[in-house]
Design a binder for this molecule. Structure first.
Ligand code: N01
Length: 554
């Protein structure tokens, strides 16, 4: 199967209402299609803006783009067969390998025939009398379906800061989340990179290798732990094949869906020497497991400080220039309270002669000129290329872009004017038959994504199966269930250090004008899974299930 699709799917031109339309052909959309079509026998179509499967990974092809989850856990586990027949090559999967994997799954399950590629949804409107969602695409096509399932990802709407002068910049500029498929040639170029989040930290060492010069514009210094990526050994690959059930059990029972448990010990329960030895071993092992050595890293500021200080000392030890080291280690938030990056040579890159670091917290970016970036102090940085590693309008951005209108023409943008509200991250009152896979209020971005995606997709599938068994066609959560769940999302977040970072995208703070509301559910994936299972077992309290055409039936 080609990785990009130009030809329309077989059912194009058929305008009969579908049972369900899924928006997005990434991890969520592909599995949702399989579940609804092949398990429930529904008539389903997927609409996908990209020219191939992959979702976020279809667009994120920036230098160094690689998943921070370990490859044997960054995949579907619903089928032992599919799990075993795919062999990952490295400890962390690169973006191209993830696309190859998703294409393999798509081929294996014959999914592409029901995916309409190169089709961006521009509007979704609930038609109450008909009991249907009516969708419009960028090509002006109109499609309808009983159920609408958004599988649009949480980090798929690029956040490009509105810096004056960009339109007059004579060089080239790119956002990491919409990277050209043919790549970007940096050789001989003076490159400026804005942003030092997980993405920026991955990109810096790779761009530095190729560019004549790289200037990194840092607003907030960041922690990072070495990824220690490496090719997987044949022994490890065999272990993975033999341990599908155990890997699935562990990823489904941990707080954030990774293939390791969080140690049940407090930072305060060990001596300073023991702590140091544990952290040294964890540093050598590398990866996100670093934070899993103690249970209270994200709960207790005094425990957190000990890890934070350890990482700061490591940064100072790695960066030779004391001025750069001080700037990189001057981190203003607790370790892990923003998504903790992992890296492959990030801090070491600043030891290269061709890499400069500029503190744009102290001297903010004033404007982009035709030839580079000017700071408030008047300092000018001449550039041929600007790379925006400036993140995403996370969680709500991709949903807002769909221009969703529910009952009575109510816009989702208005319903969420004060911040997103959902029940379980799955449904919004006033928007019947709409399900949001990994929506705000679900663990989503605090979890290893494929693990939470499988849970959401299976829950939605079971729910629709239940509805059908009752002969019903309409489901909508209540305002009360949504308010209670919203309070629970804020309650559990406030038990942690996560909402204490004022500039975190978890709070929407990276997008000017976005309401500051802590969006993901921080109570842990395992607890969330159990809660959702209980809701289903009790007959779906918090949801109202009815006959489809409410107006016609009344
Ligand atoms: O984006 P970010 P990201 N002037 O928002 C800076 C996931 N991910 O793309 O912190 C100057 O974290 C901004 O500064 P500040 C992962 O969940 C996953 O890196 O706001 N700087 C920050 O440094 C991650 O958390 C993988 O002060 C500006 C940076 O840009 C999420 O994606 C790999 C600015 C943005 O950091 C987002 O990461 C990579 C301005 N005007 C990413 N505007 C995987 O492994 C913004 N910044 C799956």
């Amino acid at each position: 199967m080609p990785l990009d699709h130009a030809a329309p799917p077989q059912n194009i031109g058929d305008t009969k209402p579908r049972d369900a339309i899924i928006i997005g052909a990434g991890f969520s959309g592909l599995y949702q299609l399989h579940c609804l079509r092949d398990r429930l026998g529904m008539r389903v179509e997927v609409l996908e803006a990209g020219g191939g499967v992959g979702g976020t990974w279809y667009w994120n092809r920036y230098p160094g783009a690689r998943c921070d989850s370990e490859s044997h856990s960054y995949c579907y586990t619903f089928s032992a067969e599919i799990f075993r027949e795919w062999e990952w090559t490295e400890r962390y999967p690169g973006h191209a390998e993830i696309r190859r994997y998703l294409n393999h799954v798509s081929d294996r399950l014959d999914l592409a025939r029901d995916i309409r590629f190169n089709t961006r949804v521009t509007a979704c409107r609930w038609d109450e009398p008909a009991g249907l969602w009516r969708l419009t695409t960028q090509h002006g096509e109109e499609l309808s379906a009983r159920f609408l399932i958004t599988a649009v990802g949480c980090l798929s709407t690029a956040n490009i800061p509105k810096i004056p002068g960009l339109e007059a910049f004579r060089g080239d500029w790119y956002h990491t989340g919409t990277w050209p498929h043919e790549g970007v040639a940096f050789a001989g170029k003076r490159v400026g990179q804005i942003g030092t989040g997980s993405t920026g930290i991955q990109a810096v060492p790779v761009i530095a290798e190729e560019a004549a010069h790289l200037t990194v514009f840092q607003r907030t210094a960041n922690y990072s732990v070495p990824a220690r990526n490496q090719p997987l050994t044949s022994e490890f690959k065999a272990w993975v094949r033999d341990n599908w059930a155990e890997i699935r059990r562990v990823t489904q029972s941990t707080v954030n869906g990774h293939p390791f448990m969080i140690e049940d010990r407090s930072v305060h329960a060990v001596s300073d020497e023991e702590l140091h030895a544990i952290l040294e071993r964890a540093w050598e092992r590398g990866g996100l497991q670093f934070r899993a050595n103690f249970r209270d890293v994200l709960l207790d500021e005094t425990a957190n400080v000990k890890l934070a200080d350890f990482v700061r000392a490591k940064i100072r030890g790695m960066v030779q220039d004391p001025a750069k080291a001080a700037m990189l280690a001057d981190i203003d938030h607790p370790y892990g309270a923003k998504r903790p990056p992992i890296d492959s040579g990030y801090f070491e890159a600043f030891n290269r002669d061709n890499v400069a670091l500029v503190d744009v917290r102290a001297d903010p970016i004033e404007c982009i000129t035709p030839t580079g970036i000017r700071l408030r102090s008047g300092a000018e940085h001449a550039l041929d290329v600007i790379v925006f590693a400036t993140g995403f309008d996370a969680m709500t951005g991709p949903l807002m872009a769909l221009n969703i209108e529910g009952e009575g023409g109510q816009r989702l943008a208005d319903a969420w004017a004060a911040g997103p509200q959902t029940y379980l991250g799955l449904q919004v009152a006033g928007f019947p038959n709409l399900f949001t896979v990994t929506g705000p209020g679900s663990p989503s971005v605090l979890c290893n994504m494929p693990v939470c995606i499988e849970q959401h997709v299976e829950w939605i599938t079971d729910c629709l199966g239940h509805l059908r068994a009752l002969g019903l066609e309409r489901i909508e959560t209540t305002a009360e269930a949504m308010a209670d769940w919203g309070a629970e999302v804020q309650r559990v977040a406030n038990l942690t250090l996560l909402p204490k970072v004022p500039h975190s995208w978890y709070l929407g703070a990276n997008v000017p004008g976005k309401p500051r509301v802590f969006m993901p559910y921080a109570g842990g994936m395992a607890r969330y899974r159990q809660h959702c299972a209980e809701v289903a077992a009790k007959g779906y309290p918090g949801f109202i299930m009815e006959h489809g055409q409410r107006a016609a039936a009344e």
